[in-house]
Every structure is written in structure tokens, then in C-alpha cells.
Ligand binder design. Structure first.
Ligand code: FPP
Ligand code: MG
Length: 298
């Protein structure tokens, strides 16, 4: 099924009639294609679903090109990012090419689908901006973090599910909530893995988030649980390169205080709710997709 999406994206790239754009696209690793999988699992692989999946994946790819520039990230999916290879200007502009071509195609799909997906991109952009603003100080507010990850990550996954439900004539509310829960849990788990996994496992530097100033849920819970002196020590590390010693200290304290477990439990609760929804909709494949998400290595 997914091959049809790859072919459709390839076709859109060909339509650009631009050898440089085609060469840049060829350097992009495809990734997990979570959003496309979701759309095809919900809506089947008819032409409108394939188109929607291609458009959503192109928007996602564009957002990551911009994100790697914003985050000064030089590795993406175990390979040098496009900004590492060709510089920020190329990444930004190629992101714009992918994004605008995706929008050009989106307007020809069902109008409701176009509205849902375009609204999600507004959220996505606001979320990325919020993420950057929050990284300037140690955010201790869980609600603020949750809203930011909803905007930055879950909004497009939520939109993908809802759009697919619209195309399939299914109940959009249930699928929207499923997508939102999955999206929030996905980002929570990504944030956990940044702490628990090695650079080799991650395909990008470990503990990069904290170094970038991002206080994800385990850091918020850790801050809450620490005594005065340890809290001062944690705050002093914020937004600075994390030494091996500090990384070990943070990991140790996360385990000791249960901050990691608490955050993981929250991701699991969202996934379980999503599974319950899909049980009611009789969608075993979507239940399995949700289950797989919490089974990612910690
Ligand atoms: C990755 O977050 C970033 C996103 C999911 C959203 C990025 C959104 C934008 C740049 C705005 C929208 C722009 C366009 C062109 C549509 P992360 O840095 O936490 O994850 P990572 O570890 O995978 O980099
Ligand atoms: Mg990033």
C-alpha cells in the first residue's frame, strides 16, 4: 500500500521538472511514514487516500527540513540532515518547495480534507514557534508542554486520521481523538527516548533536547520531585552541553524519582484510550498500530 504513496510523491516531484529538487528529494530518508500508514489503514488505498497520504507526508517532510535548521540538528534518521550536507538555505528552500507543491495538490482533494489538513499546518507552525520560545527558560508547566506537543506533533497526526475518516465516511470524531492521542503519545515517547537511548539507537545525538533548552515531561516531573539543592543543580545544567557526568546524574535522578516512569505512564494511558476507541469502531489494525507505539524501546 505504502509503495503507491511513494510513487505518488515521486510523481509530484517529477511534475516540478526540476533536477535539483529531484536530487534533493532522493537524499531524504523516507522515515516511518506513520501518517501515510494511518490514512491508508483508515481509508483504504483509493486515489483520494493515496493523494492525501502523499500530501501529508510531504508537509511532514517539509516541516522536518525546517525543524532541523531551527534545532541545529545535523543528523536525521541516522544520516546527515540536508542542512548538514547543503546548508540552511537549501534546506529551507527545499522545504518550501515540498510544502507549496503539497498545498497545490491538497486544494484538489475533498474540500473538508483540505480544511482539516491546512488548519493542522497552522497549529504545527505555532507549535514549533512555541517550542522555541519555551526553550529559552526552564519550563515547569505541564499544561504548556502538553499544548505545545499537541500543536507541534499531534495536530498533523490528528488531521491525518480525521481526513481519512472523512474520505471513508467513518465517524470523524472518534478518529480525530485517536489521532490526537497517538500523536501526543508519540511525541512523549520521542522525548523519553531522547533521555534513555544512546546516540546509535536514536540515529541522532542523545539528550539533545535538554541541551537545546527543551524541558520535556520527564524534566518537568524531575524538577517537581527534586529537593532544593538538586533542583539548583538541574537548573544550572539547562540549555548547556550535557557532559557524560551530568547525563548520568540526570538519568540516575530520573530513575530514582520515578519521573521517567510517570511520563511513560501518561503516554501509555493516552495509547490505551486510543485503543479503546478503536475497539468500539472495530478497527483491529488501528488498535495494533497504537499498541506498537508503546512497545518502542525505552
Ligand atoms: C519536530 O520536533 C518538529 C515538528 C514535528 C514540527 C515542525 C514544524 C515546523 C518547522 C513548522 C511548519 C513548517 C512547514 C514548512 C509545514 P522535534 O524537534 O521535537 O523532533 P525531532 O527530534 O524529530 O527533530
Ligand atoms: Mg528537531
Amino acid at each position: 500500500m505504502l509503495e503507491a504513496v511513494e510513487r505518488r510523491i515521486g510523481h509530484y516531484i517529477d511534475e516540478l521538472e526540476d533536477r535539483d529538487a529531484a536530487a534533493l528529494y532522493a537524499r531524504l530518508p523516507a522515515g516511518k511514514r506513520l501518517r501515510a500508514r494511518l490514512i491508508l489503514t483508515i481509508a483504504g488505498s483509493g486515489p483520494a487516500a493515496i493523494k492525501t497520504a502523499a500530501v501529508v507526508e510531504m508537509i511532514h517532510a517539509a516541516s522536518l527540513l525546517h525543524d532541523d535548521v531551527i534545532d541545529d540538528a545535523f543528523v536525521r534518521r541516522g544520516r546527515p540532515s540536508l542542512n548538514a550536507l547543503y546548508g540552511n538555505k537549501t534546506s529551507i528552500m527545499f522545504g518550501d518547495v515540498l510544502y507549496s507543491k503539497a498545498f497545490h495538490e491538497l486544494v484538489d482533494i475533498d474540500r473538508r480534507v483540505a480544511r482539516v489538513v491546512s488548519a493542522a499546518v497552522v497549529e504545527l507552525s505555532l507549535g514549533e514557534r512555541r517550542d522555541l520560545l519555551l526553550s529559552q527558560s526552564f519550563n515547569t508547566d505541564r499544561e504548556v508542554y502538553l499544548h505545545m506537543i499537541y500543536q507541534k506533533t499531534a495536530s498533523l497526526i490528528e488531521a491525518a486520521s480525521e481526513a481519512a475518516a472523512i474520505l471513508a465516511g467513518k465517524n470523524p470524531d472518534a478518529y480525530r481523538t485517536y489521532g490526537r492521542n497517538l500523536g501526543i503519545a508519540f511525541q512523549m515517547i520521542d522525548d523519553l527516548l531522547d533521555i534513555t537511548q544512546s546516540a546509535e539507537q536514536l540515529g541522532k545525538p542523545a539528550m539533545h533536547d535538554f541541551q537545546e533548552g527543551k524541558t520535556t515531561l520527564p524534566y518537568i516531573y524531575l524538577h517537581e520531585a527534586l529537593g532544593e539543592a538538586d533542583r539548583e543543580r538541574l537548573l544550572a545544567m539547562h540549555g548547556r552541553p550535557v557532559t557524560e557526568e551530568n547525563a548520568a546524574w540526570i538519568r540516575g535522578k530520573m530513575a530514582e524519582t520515578g519521573a521517567l516512569e510517570r511520563a511513560r505512564g501518561e503516554a501509555e494511558a493516552l495509547v490505551n484510550e486510543a485503543i479503546g476507541l478503536m475497539k468500539r469502531e472495530r478497527e483491529p489494525a488501528l488498535e495494533a498500530m497504537a499498541r506498537k507505539m508503546i512497545e518502542r524501546d525505552y
